[in-house]
Design a protein around this ligand. Structure first.
Ligand SMILES: C[S@@+](CC[C@H](N)C(=O)[O-])C[C@H]1O[C@@H](n2cnc3c(N)ncnc32)[C@H](O)[C@@H]1O
Length: 291
């Protein structure tokens, strides 16, 4: 499929008053994590945190796949970004307690709650839009793809150009899913649903890091993922503080101007696969942000 990026919405029902009209802000995520009690909340006590994480069989399966992959790469230090409730990271820790795990988020209340409930790992405030990569063998982006625009992601990958990354996608748009999103769009608008980031096709994902990393698609249990290696000459292990010669490809930025859904459908109907970089945000429909 072509490069397609669409905005998506989520109907939080009675929690909408708490979250507001745009989820992708640190204060909105913090309120969702600490002022609601549903699937998105981070439990306030250690006991409930562990109980909640252990109850996630889907995440346990994915963690096993990620753990095996990390072992294969000999990763001794892993930094995971935008961890939210950190259920995946709980499982990664449980499976391999000797591996050092650094968990980060940009919600201050989220970070504080993790400090209190998850003492086995290093918890850090980190804003992907601003901060440099932490010192680690592998950098994990687990279901945070929805959070940034294409331009923002390109800036992140440029800042992370010298480090290996594992991207685990929330969801990859195919034609069926795209058409469903577009159909639900009107309903979401009528319900004043909350803006909840972006969804992308596989080609749109790969365009984000093409100037800085080579990638290899892999399946992590139930989710599409990519292993990213820096397009750098020499060693890339930042944990050992080695210097690198970095030779990125010329920057071919993905266009991000807004387009109407009909634009995308037209291109898809025509089967016009020669259209380079059709990567346009437009408003989609129901999509569940991941708890
Ligand atoms: C969809 S949730 C995913 C949480 C977790 N990784 C998971 O898979 O359950 C997205 C998370 O990214 C965080 N986030 C969004 N923008 C961020 C940024 N600029 N820097 C760091 N974290 C960010 C949010 O606070 C939220 O916890």
């Amino acid at each position: 499929m072509l490069r397609v990026t669409i905005r998506h919405y989520y109907d939080f029902g009675t929690d909408r008053a708490i979250v507001g009209d745009d989820l992708v802000r640190p204060d909105a995520w913090d309120r969702l994590r600490t002022k609601t009690s549903g699937v998105f909340a981070i439990p306030p006590t250690r006991e409930e945190f562990v109980q909640t994480a252990e109850g996630r069989a889907d995440i346990a399966g994915r963690a096993r796949a990620i753990d095996a992959w990390l072992e294969g790469r000999g990763a001794r230090v892993v930094a995971s970004y935008g961890v939210g409730g950190a259920a995946l990271e709980w499982w990664l820790h449980k499976l391999r307690p000797r591996r050092k795990l650094i968990v980060t988020d940009y919600g201050e209340a989220t970070v504080q709650r993790l400090v209190e409930t998850f003492p086995e790992v290093v918890v850090r405030y980190h804003d992907l839009l601003r901060d440099e990569p932490l010192v680690a063998d592998v950098h994990l982006f687990h279901r945070i793809d929805t959070e940034l625009t294409n331009r923002e992601w390109q800036e992140v990958f440029t800042r992370f150009a010298r480090v290996p990354i594992l991207v685990v996608a929330t969801e990859v748009l195919d034609l069926r899913r795209l058409l469903l999103e577009l159909r639900l769009r009107r309903r979401m608008k009528l319900r004043h649903a909350t803006k909840a980031g972006y969804l992308r096709s596989s080609a749109a994902f790969e365009a984000l890091w093409r100037p800085t990393h080579t990638s290899h698609p892999i399946r992590m249990h139930d989710l599409s993922s990519w292993e990213l290696r820096p397009r750098a000459v020499g060693r890339t292990d930042s944990a050992r503080g080695l210097s690198h010669t970095y030779e990125p490809l010329p920057d071919r930025r993905v266009r991000t101007r807004a387009a109407e859904p009909s634009d995308v459908i037209d291109h898809l109907r025509k089967g016009d696969r020669t259209v380079g970089g059709l990567s346009r945000h437009h408003e989609g429909g129901l999509q569940r942000p991941d708890p």
